[in-house]
Design a binder for this molecule. Structure first.
Ligand code: FES
Ligand code: FES
Length: 79
């Protein structure tokens, strides 16, 4: 399995909608960050599903090294 590519060393703030499901790009290759556009094909990496429980602003990891996928846990500050 390939290592994910760091897209940016900061999270993406996204206003998610309650009840909606999102697929976070774990590989870093998507052109539709922070979400999957199927560019992971062949990498062995698959997207991470996120179901919004409420409408709010969520911080999706942009560095792809978070320990709490798909959300930022501050790991980007150590890269
Ligand atoms: Fe990155 Fe799908 S494009 S996980
Ligand atoms: Fe990846 Fe914060 S952007 S941990």
């Amino acid at each position: 399995m390939a290592d994910p590519v760091c897209v940016q060393k900061e999270p993406y703030a996204v206003d998610v909608e309650s009840g909606r499901t999102y697929f976070w790009c774990a590989c870093g290759l998507s052109k539709r960050q922070p979400f999957c556009d199927a560019s992971h094909a062949g990498t062995g990496i698959v997207p991470v599903r996120y179901k919004a429980e409420q409408s709010e602003t969520v911080y999706f990891c942009g560095c792809k090294s978070t320990g709490t996928k798909p959300l930022c846990d501050g790991t980007h500050q150590t890269l």
